[in-house]
Design a protein around this ligand. Structure first.
Ligand code: KIV
Length: 305
């Protein structure tokens, strides 16, 4: 196994100009695949409220759900740093809540750090979580937990006043001890200025190529939803098509009686007598397994290793 990525690795990546590759993951199987594919950071994003749970926003996601998914991702990953989102209302009410909930993501979920949305108004919160030895990633620009305040999922920082505020927020989060920042849905010129103004790495989503790294929702980059195609998403695969074809082929074989064939079936022990539905007895087929021989199935599902 290559060395585990830490927040110090990410800072070094910025210093040497190596782009940071971050992607969301919500379960152990995806975490395992993405980790092995070379992800530096796996984000257990509260986007799971939309792509896993089917909500229209991230707002309904709870702390218990975040802990549950974070634990799965932590179990599935080896090299990547795991960062987990603090969900809506888990850190906004009080600094005590924020520290306690950040602690849960680390102690129960196994995360290496936490992420929260918001700027200078959360500097004290960031400071308190960092004081508890939990690294914090900030998140500025289009912050989905503020969907109602923003009036929808709208690009942020297009005018000078908004851009100045986002830059000031970035500086405030860095000063409060954040180790990295997600910049979402901001013009690439603003992302470049912020990236050049900070010593901590910026990770962009819909923020252009000048950020120190990039993040995408795994289901988006894999093309799981053909109806979702915002400007900032590039599909690197068509898993919707691949899954549809594979599942369709399976259903056809089941309907046609082709699957399961002999190769995918177990055999009875040689010599046993089976009762027929009519109550009579008949012998199993001659090619049945030898008496006493145990057929090992192994793990019954594909568990990531
Ligand atoms: O929740 C999430 O997945 C995120 C990323 C899109 C940055 O915050």
């Amino acid at each position: 196994m290559k060395d585990k990525v830490t927040i110090h690795t990410l800072k070094r990546f910025k210093q040497i100009g190596q782009k940071i590759c971050m992607v969301t993951a919500y379960d152990a199987t995806f975490a395992h695949i993405l980790d092995q594919s070379g992800a530096d950071v796996l984000l257990v994003g509260d986007s799971l409220g939309m792509v896993i749970q089917g909500h229209e926003s991230t707002l309904p996601v709870t702390m218990d759900q975040m802990v549950y998914h974070t634990a799965m991702v932590a179990r599935g990953s080896r090299r990547a740093h795991v960062v987990a989102d603090l969900p809506f209302m888990s850190y906004q009410v009080s600094v005590q809540d924020a520290v306690r909930n950040a602690g849960r993501l680390v102690s129960e979920g196994g995360a290496g750090s936490v992420k929260l949305e918001g700027g200078a108004e959360f500097a004290d919160t960031v400071r308190a979580i960092v004081r508890a030895s939990i690294p914090v990633m900030g998140h500025l620009g289009l912050t989905p937990q503020s969907v109602h305040k923003m009036g929808g999922y709208v690009v942020q920082g297009r005018d000078e006043e908004q851009a100045r505020k986002i830059l000031d927020d970035a500086l405030a989060l860095e000063a409060a001890g954040a180790y990295a920042l997600v910049l979402e849905g901001v013009p690439l010129e603003l992302a470049r200025t912020i990236t050049q103004s900070l010593s901590i790495p910026t990770i962009g989503i819909g923020a252009g190529r000048h950020c120190d790294g990039q993040v995408l929702v795994c289901y988006d980059l894999l093309g799981m939803n053909p109806d979702f195609k915002p400007k900032f998403v590039k599909r690197f695969a068509n898993l919707h098509g691949a899954i549809t074809d594979a599942a369709g082929a399976y259903f056809s074989e089941v309907r046609d009686g082709v699957f399961p064939d002999e190769d995918h079936s177990f055999k009875a022990t040689k010599g046993i007598r089976l009762l027929t539905p009519e109550g009579g007895a008949k012998l199993p087929a001659p090619e049945a397994a030898a008496e006493g021989e145990k057929e090992k199935v192994g793990p019954i599902y594909g568990i990531p290793v």
